[in-house]
Design a protein around this ligand. Structure first.
Ligand SMILES: O=C(O)CCC(=O)C(=O)O
Ligand SMILES: [Fe+2]
Length: 421
């Protein structure tokens, strides 16, 4: 069975206020019968403590009975305890916001557990809601003919489109070469230089970082398309259209985004000390709304080359299929970590559900353009809902007002944050 990109199970139209009692009465029994054993397996494998949730004067605890997930009243000893208000719980119970998002926004109230425990429970909760397993001992990587997949494979336009589409779905990422003209990258880079004076700190469409010498540098230029004729020519070109068709495979993609924050130009200077330039392992959907939007694709156009010397993208193969918690990915990943070193004009693709990071440049600056390809809206999706801006951070688009507001707060915090959050 080919793996489908479309993992959407929830719609904005179904959002309602959910309190714990109604969640436990209406939703929990069905979720536990479908996904409880998967959660219990994850608890055992990752040695997760129980999770206690406090809301007002009430509290509940979630733990494993060895076979499935069970809930009891009150807090239990040794638990990770999270305190929610009513709205926070409602958002969390409907995959609108994750622990990760609240933690990054400095809004998560917790005690009794480690940051790793919080990350593990973020994944376990999504396992409960969506059936996405945290561990899977049977996962393998095979090609269309059931031979082992070469995880370092680079695909060109001469490759069979079915193999390209299959690799993306199987491994969660792609490395493409020969699709774009490397000579065009100089022009894209010049467009970045020409666009830079249009961006100011605090303008709401750029990210900035402090370098070792104390200077501030623009590291992310959003709304870049209007300022880059070279990027515009690439994204409107026949080759890009061909690539969209190949990547789509049997899934239906939406039209390219015409507005929103993407495409974004990312500049990766050497020696960033403060600010979000190089990002440690994350999923672009890990702040929430996975079940409303995923999986979309994020394409990175290598303007400069990338590698160990000037920083590169690293992905965790299969992490769109196995919900490895972010903190575990950083410390003891249990799936293959694959570096994707690029030449100018190469394209990388990752799914919004695939764990990825960028390593900091050591000797040379790196530049890359990120733009997204989204699934076609579902028939009854509200107009503007979904993750339509298609930028590298899997941004909010329409829909998910709670998450959109939170993203704004997070981006302000990231401005002051020590690099590699
Ligand atoms: O720097 C990169 O290549 C990745 C950036 C990224 O993952 C993001 O902005 O979400
Ligand atoms: Fe990302």
């Amino acid at each position: 069975m080919p793996i489908r990109l479309d993992r959407r199970t929830r719609r904005d139209a179904d959002l309602r206020h959910v309190d714990m009692e109604s969640f436990l009465a209406r939703d929990f029994p069905g979720l536990v019968s479908r996904h409880g054993p998967l959660v219990a397996r994850g608890i055992a494998s990752l040695q997760a403590p129980p999770l206690s949730i406090e809301i007002g004067d009430s509290s509940w605890s979630f733990s494993s009975d060895g076979a499935t997930l069970v809930v009891s009243r009150g807090t239990v000893s040794g638990a990770l305890v999270v305190t929610f208000d009513e709205t926070e719980f409602s958002d969390w119970a409907q995959n609108q916001r994750s622990f990760n998002a609240m933690l990054t926004a400095r809004e998560l109230r917790h005690r009794g557990g480690s940051i790793a425990d919080i990350s593990v429970w973020d994944s376990l909760w999504l396992t409960l809601l969506e059936g996405w397993p945290v561990v899977d001992d049977t996962i393998d990587f095979i090609d269309r003919h059931r031979a082992p997949l070469d995880l370092g494979r680079v695909f060109t336009p001469a490759d069979d489109p079915a193999d390209v589409a299959h690799f993306l779905r199987e491994a969660g990422y792609l490395h493409l070469r020969g699709w774009l003209d490397p000579a065009d990258m100089n022009e894209v880079s010049s467009d970045i230089d020409r666009a830079l004076p249009d961006y100011r700190e605090g303008d709401g469409r750029s990210w900035w970082a402090t370098l070792a010498d104390g200077s501030r540098r623009c590291v992310r230029l959003q709304e870049f398309l209007a300022r880059s004729p070279a990027t515009s020519a690439i994204l409107r070109g026949e080759r890009w259209e061909q690539l969209r068709g190949v990547l789509a495979g049997d899934d239906l993609l939406g039209p390219p985004p015409v507005n929103g924050r993407g495409p974004e130009a990312l500049i990766k200077p050497i020696g960033v000390t403060v600010g979000a330039s190089d990002v440690s392992f994350h999923r672009d959907c890990h702040f929430g709304r996975h079940a409303y939007n995923c999986s979309n694709m994020v394409t990175g156009i290598a303007v400069t080359g990338s590698g160990e010397a000037n920083g590169q993208l690293r992905v965790i193969a299969g992490s769109h299929r196995v919900l490895m918690p972010v903190e575990i990915a950083k410390s003891r990943p249990y799936l293959p970590v694959v570096a994707v070193p690029t030449e100018p004009g190469d394209v990388t693709v990752h799914l919004t559900c695939t764990l990825h990071e960028s390593t900091p440049p050591l000797v040379e600056e790196r530049r890359v353009i990120y733009t997204g390809l989204s699934l076609a809206p579902r028939a009854d999706d509200a107009a503007g809902a979904g993750d339509g801006d298609g930028d590298g951070d899997g941004g909010g688009g329409g829909g998910g007002q709670a998450l959109a507001a939170l993203r704004e707060r997070i981006s302000r915090i990231l401005l002051d944050e020590t690099s590699r959050t």
